[in-house]
Design a protein around this ligand. Sequence first.
Ligand SMILES: Cc1cc2nc3c(=O)[nH]c(=O)nc-3n(C[C@H](O)[C@H](O)[C@H](O)COP(=O)(O)OP(=O)(O)OC[C@H]3O[C@@H](n4cnc5c(N)ncnc54)[C@H](O)[C@@H]3O)c2cc1C
Length: 459
Amino acid sequence: MAAERFRSPSFWFSTLEKPVQPRAPLDGDAQFDVAIVGAGYTGLWTAYYLSQREPGCRIAIVEAEVAGFGASGRNGGWCAYYFSGIESLIEDPSKRERALALQRAMFDAVDEVGRASKASGIDCDYAKGGVLIAGTSQPEFARLRAGYEEMRGYGFGEEDFRWLDANAFAERARIHGALGGIYSPHCAAIQPAKLAQGLAAFLESHGVAVFEQSPVRAIEKGRIRTDHGCIRAENVLRCTEGYSCRLPGLKRAILPLHSMMIATEPLPDSTWQQLGLQGRPTFADHRRTVTYGQRTADGRLAFGTRGLYYYGSGIRDYFAPDDPGFAHTHATLLELFPSLAGVEITHRWGGALGVTRDWMPFIQFDPKTGLGAVGGYAGNGVATTNLAGRTLADLVLRETTERTTYPWVGHPSRQWEPEPLRWLGAQGVRRMGECADAAEQKGRHAGLYGRIFDAFASH
Ligand SMILES: Cc1cc2nc3c(=O)[nH]c(=O)nc-3n(C[C@H](O)[C@H](O)[C@H](O)COP(=O)(O)OP(=O)(O)OC[C@H]3O[C@@H](n4cnc5c(N)ncnc54)[C@H](O)[C@@H]3O)c2cc1C
């Protein structure tokens, strides 16, 4: 990939102050203490904490494209408290105490992203405005309320989750049809590509070797291999999340699910007065097929919905502007904010996120072989990757800490089904989610559709 040919994968990359110049690839063989595959947030944060704690540690990051090319430079910029699968961990009495500690660590991870980026001079438009989730029909509202009461029942207080009635909600955001909903302060809006690119530059200036345009072809004990060289290292960490299926033997380990985003033109103050969202809280409704939005630092609405799984674990890096996923995302945005009907959509993009078979993220590290792997955030990785990076650093340094006792460390997820079952299952579950959402929008209970969706895609 020549520098002039670098094609922006997202709105966030397109609006960086300086155009991205890909770094040089790995050329020849080299020796390091730690070799990290993938320069998304997981790899970058892991290198960050390792280099802070062990300044002498020789670290290399090897990235197929450029830092942040994957989900980390494309996401909705919700740096949020939510940990995929936390409900099932908390419900399990044998895991509850550690799961509650993990949830508190996630609250702190939202702040840590702000603290660490500020301390490193990385301006990623971090604004901790919290998150607003609306119930827009009676059944959706009831599900949201039940989830809220469950979390309060586990001891989380007003300072973590606050219930807003319709009026209180409307003071913060005028989402069409909102009957009320949840506010949590544990979320910041960020500019995702600024964080990824900023971290890579910071690491490089602190002695971490960052090789770009270098797809890793094989990961083995003590070694990674690219087309133009090998790195030998005592510790080898796979941080490839939704892209892991491209590596040998990992086709069924993590399912790449796509998510689709659009951004509006910058909106005038008069429009913001109608919409609310002062202080840049992130927002969503509570439909099963997932929505997420943020008011960007430059005054646009960036908004996304969950997209498709492609047969054979296919991954798409770029999408045609007339991809039906964008029309669906735009239509959904207008359901939430009908007054945006005449507003121009200036950017459209999508990307792959990683989902494990039980929708639970994992951190694996074997101190004997030095091999590690992290991922499966199921669309909730912006803050989680920060906690993952600190935890993986603990494990690489062979230290037992509070973090290494959280239940996702060593958590095994089983493989996804072979094709065509994987594709058929993903299509079926998605259809169930759409039917459940349609029923709830009409004020009916989602019934069997909702139960099937929740059983197979609960997180
Ligand atoms: C459209 C979209 C919206 C999202 N919105 C949110 C959100 O608002 N909030 C939230 O919390 N989460 C969100 N997510 C999820 C979040 O972005 C991810 O969970 C997180 O970025 C994962 O980071 P990562 O470093 O593990 O993976 P990635 O960022 O995907 O990085 C993996 C990197 O590995 C590289 N790679 C892959 N294979 C190889 C190889 N063989 N050799 C070398 N390099 C390789 C890739 O090029 C990539 O750069 C969203 C995801 C998408 C796609």
